[in-house]
Design a protein around this ligand. Structure first.
Ligand code: B12
Ligand code: SF4
Length: 430
């Protein structure tokens, strides 16, 4: 959105608040100093309570229009009806919508009909129609990374940038927002879209002229969805960037051996795979992932046989979870032997099939967690919150101890350090 606005001649700045205590007061000072004409806040669901706090704090010290957008407002635009602090909200993609809005504001024109936006008007809310999804991602300028803290801090140093070359995913995993967003955009165009490979390379090249990097992270939801695209990418990548390696997300069942070999030849060094649970019944029925343990084992086996490193994503504490199913997830990982692992406590995102099911079944005990990674907000009849959180803490150790003693020891150390910090905090000593 910033790149689009800047291209049209507007002045944009970005302020990242990653620590509410320290960051907010700096932000408020900055706003009063720079006096922006419009403030845009971008938020996903777990950030939303912070977004609201920030907007309220702005209102106290500075009079300006405040707009909100992102995945959470897109799924829950009705929040505008309750939350008076926001003047408007963007449902869906913001590039064209925000540009039209800012142009109209700059020209002093009425902007109340800008599509994709809902606006507060008097005591009511104007709900404009949605616009069609962007058809050709190549028409977008490259993301404006310059003012992110990460890029500012690492000026002149080596970085690991992230790229996204597609939008959307065709699957219906019950805990993920893709099915909910796809439903929102029904009838508004093609949901799954790819930039052309050449345009993707142009973006990497441009960034390479500005920063020093030898490895990149590709954050596309599933990198292997379009085999022709993947093979073209893999064929051209090492020719254009012989000194670059990359990592990407692969869903089991979407990458055959040809694709994996192509990835390896293209200097892909790591594939990241959603395992989520080792219990097939939970995976199929609760998570709606129609993938068997054999599919996952097959993918890891093939990847390892050609020298690709692997990473598994796991969740604990999903509805139906028991101590036994967590052990099955540990056991499956022991068989997969991933080089790297992540485990998070399941967090029910409302608007998704599984989040809404948790709400309907009265499983959500506490609306908000301090840490979406380690804290369960569910009250499950099958396992206690403590047991879930304990299992999450010891998960990596429980897996690594079977095949990588060094990593297991490092995990144990981190676990003990985490517990010490927790108790010191509890005693008010940290
Ligand atoms: C990259 C990514 C990450 C990276 C972030 C890296 C980084 N530094 O940015 C990493 C891997 C770290 C990450 C972590 C997590 N992520 Co993540 N991530 C993504 C991903 C794949 C892309 C986000 C992105 O940049 N999109 C591109 C931009 C252009 O899209 P966008 O943000 O939606 O913005 C558009 C519109 O929403 C709108 N818009 C947005 N803001 C505004 C504001 C205004 C004013 C306007 C007008 C418009 C507007 O316009 C934009 C352009 O069209 C999304 C899925 C996806 N494909 O979007 C998940 C996603 C955002 N992540 C998600 C989750 C759950 C997580 C984790 C909690 C996972 C975990 N358990 O660890 C953590 C939380 C991290 C955190 N602190 O927030 C969920 C969020 C669900 C929700 N309801 O909020 C998503 C949607 C995945 C999913 N499909 O469910 N993530
Ligand atoms: S495959 Fe991944 S990105 Fe696609 S719907 Fe499932 S969880 Fe979401």
């Amino acid at each position: 959105m910033s790149a689009v606005l800047k291209k049209a001649g507007h002045k944009v700045d970005l302020f990242e608040i990653d620590d509410l205590d320290r960051g907010l007061s700096c932000f408020l000072d900055y706003i009063q100093e720079s006096r922006p004409g419009l403030i845009s806040i971008s938020t996903n669901s777990h950030q939303y309570p912070y977004a609201r706090t920030i907007a309220r704090a702005i209102r106290e010290v500075y009079k300006s229009l405040i707009f909100i957008g992102g995945v959470h407002p897109t799924l829950f635009p009705e929040l505008l009806e309750k939350e008076e602090v926001f003047d408007g909200l963007c449902v869906g993609e913001g590039e064209d919508a925000l540009l039209e809005l800012v142009n109209k504001i700059a020209e002093g024109k009425d902007y109340s009909d800008v599509k994709n936006f809902w606006f507060r008007q008097g005591k009511g809310v104007v709900k404009n129609d949605p616009r069609r999804l962007l058809e050709n991602l190549d028409t977008l300028p490259f993301p404006d990374r310059s003012f992110f803290n990460y890029f500012k801090k690492h000026q002149g140093k080596k970085i690991t940038p992230r790229f996204i070359f597609s939008r959307g995913c065709p699957f219906d995993c019950a805990y993920c927002c893709n099915h909910a967003l796809r439903q929102k955009y029904a009838g508004l165009g093609v949901y799954l879209r790819f930039r052309s490979v050449d345009k993707a390379f142009e973006e990497i090249k441009k960034l390479k002229n500005e920063y020093d990097f030898s490895h990149i992270k590709l954050d596309d939801d599933t990198f292997s969805l379009n085999k022709d695209w993947l093979l073209e990418f893999c064929d051209k990548f090492p020719k254009q960037f012989p000194d670059l390696t990359f990592e990407c997300n692969i869903r089991p069942g979407t990458a055959d051996i040809d694709s994996l070999i192509a990835l390896k030849k293209a200097n892909c060094v790591l594939i990241k795979v959603g395992v989520e649970t080792g219990n097939e019944n939970l995976r199929r029925r609760v998570l709606n992932r129609q993938i068997t343990n054999d599919d996952i084992l097959d993918l890891f086996k093939k990847a390892k046989s050609i020298g690709l490193k692997t990473y598994s994503f796991n969740m604990v504490g999903i509805p139906g979870e028991t101590k036994k199913t967590i052990q099955e997830t540990v056991n499956l990982n022991v068989r997969l032997k991933p080089d790297f692992m992540q485990v998070t406590v399941f967090y029910p995102y409302l608007g998704t099939v599984l989040g809404d099911r948790c709400l309907k079944e009265g499983l959500i005990k506490n609306g908000f967690a301090d840490s979406y990674m380690t804290e369960s907000i569910l009250s499950l009849p099958t396992i206690s919150k403590k047991e879930i959180e304990r299992a999450a803490k010891s998960f990596k150790f429980d897996v690594y101890k079977h095949y990588d003693i060094k990593k297991a020891a490092a995990e144990k150390k981190a676990q003990l350090k985490g517990s010490a910090v927790y108790y010191l905090k509890k005693l008010g000593l940290k």
